[in-house]
Design a protein around this ligand. Sequence first.
Ligand code: AMP
Length: 116
Amino acid sequence: MSDTDCIFCKIAAGEMGELIYENERAAAFHDVSPQAAVHVLVVPKSHHDNICDGVDGDTLAAMVDAVQAVVEQTQIAQSGYRVITNTGADAGQAVAHLHWHVLGGQNLGPLVVPEH
Ligand code: AMP
């Protein structure tokens, strides 16, 4: 089910923006504010606030298919890439629709978090 107020639901449904890949259950599009040479977001077409919000296995598999297609399309398989999902306030999640950031096309350095 999609959420009519959710921007990523609208993008995934093809109602705004441009998709670079889609299958039955997932879609991918360029991040509007790229943090790396390649920065693509992979989302489910159904609305889930985050990865622990009732996502079924078929949808997760479709998202993995989307990651694989994006990696192939952007030719980052050889050089390497990172797939991350921010969840909740501590992780700085800004959009409450599950999304995986696919980052690559350059050396990403180590995964850095602030000191605790
Ligand atoms: P997060 O902080 O993990 O919730 O990441 C949200 C991401 O969505 C950020 O990297 C934003 O730049 C990106 N974003 C927000 N609105 C849009 C949009 N309309 N199209 C593409 N990317 C977006």
